[in-house]
Design a binder for this molecule. Structure first.
Ligand code: ATP
Ligand code: LTN
Length: 333
């Protein structure tokens, strides 16, 4: 791959993907595929930290894969694979567990949020989730990790673990950096614009799913929470609903906030909301069409993930061997 920098990212296979996942993560990945050596995985092992119906989980993993490709990730340019297919992740995960402190994991806000949400199932996988994520990244010596804002803390702990390991055993891991887009890093809910749009939301009107049909998208936009000013103006603090819709519209139509304000001078929220809805529909329709075609062709999906797993393992296995050697295991060549 020459001197190209390495990218790794992933999305869990829990729930349907949302416009937040697309604008916060996938959209940035697509821009990177020519310039970088990219590894994009479906984080199916991370999905096990909550309870799933096994058949549904298998189906979701393929759906996420189909979304990646339908959204524009070219399987010939990127290494696209399922996390569970590359053993190196779990091998490194164990080692890194032994170099991560309970106190560090205790500070993770996602753990606190998720344990509040799943109070009946606060398992140790949920607690050590960031260590598996660190293994995902470090096992490829990734330079950059494109994610949404909510993952920043997990990137920080990954860097800390890598630095700790390097300081004990010498240069082993590249210290990765988070790549978080300026806009779209945190798409908010349509009903509660003070909380992030989440695929595990209970209020379905809060979320645009990538497989929502145009009618649902229009309905959800109509119901989106705004304010009583009826003026399209960007002010995240005082007008979180309108500002969030402006962010979505701006990312889809490649317009700045000023341009959007100008476009809607003298127009009310009704016009604005329907323009946002149409921009979403326009973006999602071709994606959905490709997505359906791919899901009807499981052989093609299998070819993609098999090839991806092999390429990923070729890159990750030597890194695990190096780590095994350094920590004092006998490497079985
Ligand atoms: P959940 O809310 O159920 O934990 P999620 O929607 O956050 O799930 P993840 O698999 O955790 O999905 O996230 C996948 C990627 O999408 C991550 O890079 C995350 O930062 C990004 N992402 C998720 N939601 C948003 C959002 N609302 N705005 C921007 N980026 C997002
Ligand atoms: N925790 C991430 C998903 C994820 C990930 C990764 C992202 C698992 N492993 C490695 C980037 C790099 C999330 O978005 N919830």
């Amino acid at each position: 791959m020459g001197n190209k920098k390495t990218i790794l990212s992933g999305i869990q296979a829990t729930g349907n993907l949302t416009l937040g996942n697309y604008l916060g993560a996938i959209k940035n990945w697509i821009k990177m595929q020519d310039e970088y050596d990219c590894y994009y995985m479906i984080a199916d092992l991370h999905s096990l930290t909550v309870r799933n119906d096994p058949e549904v989980l298998r189906k979701r993993a393929l759906q996420v894969l189909a979304i990646y490709v339908a959204a524009g990730l070219d399987p010939d340019k990127n290494t696209i694979f399922l996390q569970s297919h590359v053993d190196a992740h779990v091998k490194l995960n164990w080692i890194l567990n032994c170099y991560t402190y309970m106190g560090e994991l205790n500070r993770m806000t996602q753990f606190k949020d998720k344990s509040a949400k799943h109070a009946d199932n606060i398992n140790s996988g949920l607690f050590t989730y960031p260590v598996l994520m660190a293994a995902d990244i470090l096992v490829y010596n990734a330079d950059l990790v494109p994610v949404g804002e909510d993952q920043r803390q997990h990137l920080e702990i990954t860097r800390d673990i890598a630095e700790r390991f390097n300081s004990i055993y010498g240069e082993t891991f590249v210290i990765p950096e988070a790549f978080i887009g300026e806009q779209g890093a945190r798409i908010m809910g349509l009903q509660d614009p003070t909380a992030k749009m989440s695929k595990s939301a209970t209020n379905l009107n809060d979320v645009i799913f990538l497989n929502d049909n145009p009618e649902d998208i229009r309905k959800k936009l109509k119901k989106a929470v705004t304010d009583s000013e009826n003026c399209v103006h960007y002010d995240k603090e005082n007008k979180p609903g309108v500002s969030n819709l402006m962010t979505i519209y701006g990312l889809l139509e490649e317009k700045t906030m000023q341009e959007i304000e100008k476009e809607f001078v003298g127009k009310g929220y009704g016009d604005f909301k329907s323009a946002v809805a149409e921009a979403i529909v326009k973006k999602l329709q071709p994606l959905q069409q490709k997505y359906c075609e791919l899901l009807e062709n499981p052989k093609e999906l299998k070819t993609i993930y098999e090839k991806g797993a092999k390429k990923a393992a070729d890159r990750a296995d030597p890194i695990v061997k190096d780590v095994y050697q350094k920590v004092g295991l006998i490497v079985n060549e």
